[in-house]
Each structure stands twice: as structure tokens, then as C-alpha cells.
Design a protein around this ligand. Structure first.
Ligand code: 1HN
Length: 373
């Protein structure tokens, strides 16, 4: 028995070595170059000349770990944008969080698969109704009392709320308060682009008619019950607004109960109450409580993640470099980079989203934990 297991171990090791050592690339000789050129005019390419581009031992993300400091950098830029253009003329007054590693991408994005932007709406402004096949999430950063309306239901937004705009639903935003309001827009733009399924339509008027009271979807779906007779299963959660008040309460209760994950602290997923799956089909959304003095174990995963800090201060070490964050800061950890979260004097609460649901459906998702996990 012992011998058999030892030889299996040897075989496994040999396979591992074989798969981690890259083969030598075929040489490019003048004869070969001439041949490649000749066949290129017939729309033919030699696979052996391009294989190296995809046969990486592990994912090599183009995006870079990046941190946006809200109070210091982003907020002044947003406030200035209010005098540069109106929400109406801009359609959506959004400053895109462009990853410096993706400057030549088809569209400014925070990772190769996800868009992130910060939208500001000033008192009295309206962002007119439209719909598109890209799914969107809103995560409220600052301000209180502006609304977003989705397919006839309006919700007033508060800091920390997570609001969903499912694919192909009419949506408009407005601010009837006397304060600017800022939220993060997370969209699955590169995913929809990859599949070439982008449709867009403006609504004929500024606002799509409201036909349901505020809180309607929470009343129907938000209490672990569903209306009897409800058969329809939508890939996106029917809940419009997952309020921070309730999310925070859950996190506190989890923390009261003790044991946390060594890498992730107390991390809770937002789910679609009808299916039990992620709340959105293309974007995994979660809220994490990191206890005071938390020093997380290292982990990495194939989903690059966008983090938005709600409360507390701390740092995340991404591939050996520390990023110091506080409330309202946004940072991104690319695919397959080692990450480690730490808090100092206070507990911290962090919202995050990634393309994990897509990877899971395709059987591609992987994660790895390091020492202490
Ligand atoms: C969009 O429609 C919104 O509706 C926000 O608020 C950001 C970024 C790219 C494309 C469409 C919105 C967007 C967007």
C-alpha cells in the first residue's frame, strides 16, 4: 500500500512539472515567415506560432491592483464634473474607474470583465430613463434620498444600499434632495460585449411610469417567503434594494456568533431568494465584516474582485504590495493575485463584486488558500 501511494505521488509530481514547464517555442526562420505571410492572404494562421498567447501556466491578468482614494482624489473630481456637464447632457454623469493596465481596452474598465464608475447626481437633476442588456448594480457611497426607479418601482437610496438594475429593465435616477449623491455603478459590459449581445433603447420620456409603491419588491421577496403561486424564475433577484440597515444587522449577528473565515472574515453573499443563486447572473455581490485587529490569511481566486469600503480602516496586501483603505475608497484585486486583508483599530465593512457567477456556470472558478487558512 505504502509503495503504491508513493509511486502515485511521483506520477502526480511528474505531471505537475510537465504542465508547469513551457515548451520551447518554434523558431521563426525566413522560410517560415515567408510561408506565414503567404497563407495569411488566404485567412490562414499557424497555430504553433500563436499558442504561447493562451497556454499560460496560470492566468496573467492585464489589469493591475489599483486603489482610488475617494475623499482625496475622486470626490473633488466628481464635484468639478458638476460644472463641466449636466446629468442630462451627459445622460449619466459618471467618472469611470479605468484600470491603468487596460488603457488600450475597447472600453474603459476596472477589470477585463467588469466596469466600475462613480456617478454623481446633483440636487434637482434627473438621469433620463433607458434600458440596456448590460446588467447594473448600484452601491451607494455618499448622500441620502436620491432615487432610482426600475420598471415601475422607485427606491430611495442610502449609503451602503445595494440596488439592482437587471438586464433590459427601464431605469432612471433623480435627486430631489439638496445634497449631491454619489454611487458606484458596476456593470457587466465586457461580458455582454464578448457575446455581442449589446442592445440599448432610450425611453420616450424622462421617467418611466411608477406603478408600485416604494418597498414593494422587499415586501414580496425580502423576508425568505415568496408570494404563493409565484412560478417565474428570473436569473436576477426580484429584490430592488438590499438595504444597508438590514445587511449590517446580519453582519453584526454573524459576528456575535463567533468563528470567522481565516481569509474572508464574515463574508455574506447577496442571493436571489427565488433560486438561492447569486443575486445577479453575471456579478457576484457580497458584504464582508472584518473584525477589529483582523489579520487575514492569504488567498487567491480566478475572479478579480472590486472592493468598496463602507466602514473602517485597514490595508489589503495584493501581490506583496499594501493598499491602505478607508471609508468610500475603491480598490481592485486582479485575477489570481494573492490577497490578504488586515484591519487595525476598528472593524471594517467592505462591499465586493466579481464575475464569479459566470466562471462557476462554466466550471472555471478556482481558488487557493495560503498558509494559516
Ligand atoms: C448606465 O446606463 C448607467 O443607468 C450607469 O445609471 C453607468 C455605464 C456604461 C453604460 C451604461 C445608469 C453606465 C451605464
Amino acid at each position: 500500500m505504502r509503495q503504491e501511494s508513493r509511486s502515485r505521488k511521483t506520477i502526480r509530481k511528474t505531471i505537475q512539472e510537465a504542465t508547469t514547464i513551457m515548451r520551447d517555442q518554434p523558431e521563426r526562420t525566413p522560410e517560415r515567415e515567408a510561408y506565414y505571410k503567404k497563407i495569411h492572404s488566404q485567412n490562414l494562421r499557424p497555430l504553433w506560432d500563436v499558442l504561447k498567447n493562451i497556454q499560460t501556466v496560470e492566468p496573467k491578468p492585464r489589469e493591475m491592483p489599483t486603489l482610488w482614494k475617494y475623499d482625496r482624489d475622486v470626490k473633488p473630481a466628481l464635484l468639478e464634473s458638476g460644472s463641466v456637464i449636466s446629468a442630462r447632457e451627459a445622460d449619466r454623469r459618471v467618472l469611470v474607474l479605468e484600470n491603468p493596465g487596460l488603457r488600450d481596452y475597447f472600453f474603459p474598465c476596472i477589470t477585463h470583465s467588469l466596469f466600475a464608475g462613480l456617478q454623481m447626481i446633483m440636487p434637482g437633476e434627473v438621469a433620463p430613463s433607458h434600458r440596456h442588456t448590460q446588467g447594473a448594480l448600484r452601491f451607494i457611497i455618499e448622500g441620502e434620498g436620491a432615487y432610482t426607479a426600475v420598471n415601475g418601482e422607485k427606491t430611495m437610496m442610502k449609503v451602503g444600499d445595494f440596488v439592482i438594475t437587471p438586464s433590459w429593465t427601464w431605469h432612471d435616477h433623480g435627486n430631489e434632495t439638496d445634497q449631491p449623491m454619489v454611487w458606484l455603478d458596476g456593470l457587466d459590459i465586457p461580458i455582454v460585449d464578448l457575446l455581442n449581445c449589446s442592445f440599448f433603447e432610450p425611453y420616450a420620456e424622462d421617467q418611466f411610469p411608477i406603478d408600485r409603491p416604494d418597498g414593494d419588491s422587499t415586501a414580496r421577496w425580502g423576508y425568505a417567503m415568496v408570494p404563493d403561486g409565484y412560478e417565474h424564475r428570473t436569473p436576477t433577484s426580484p429584490i430592488l434594494n438590499y438595504s444597508y440597515e438590514r445587511t449590517r444587522e446580519v453582519l453584526d449577528k454573524m459576528a456575535d456568533r463567533g468563528a470567522h473565515d481565516p481569509c474572508h472574515g464574515f463574508k455574506m453573499r447577496y442571493i436571489n431568494p427565488v433560486t438561492g443563486d447569486w443575486a445577479m447572473p453575471t456579478m457576484a455581490t457580497s458584504m464582508t465584516l472584518l473584525p477589529k485587529g483582523f489579520s487575514g490569511a492569504p488567498f487567491r481566486a480566478t475572479d478579480g474582485a472590486v472592493y468598496v469600503v463602507v466602514e473602517g480602516h485597514g490595508r489589503t496586501v495584493i501581490d506583496g504590495k499594501a493598499y491602505e483603505w478607508g471609508p468610500r475608497d475603491v480598490f481592485v484585486a486582479p485575477t489570481w493575485c494573492w490577497q490578504q486583508h488586515e484591519t487595525n483599530g476598528s472593524e471594517a465593512v467592505i462591499f465586493s463584486y466579481s464575475d464569479r457567477p459566470v466562471q462557476e456556470k462554466l466550471g472555471l472558478y478556482r481558488e487557493q488558500r495560503g498558509r494559516g487558512a
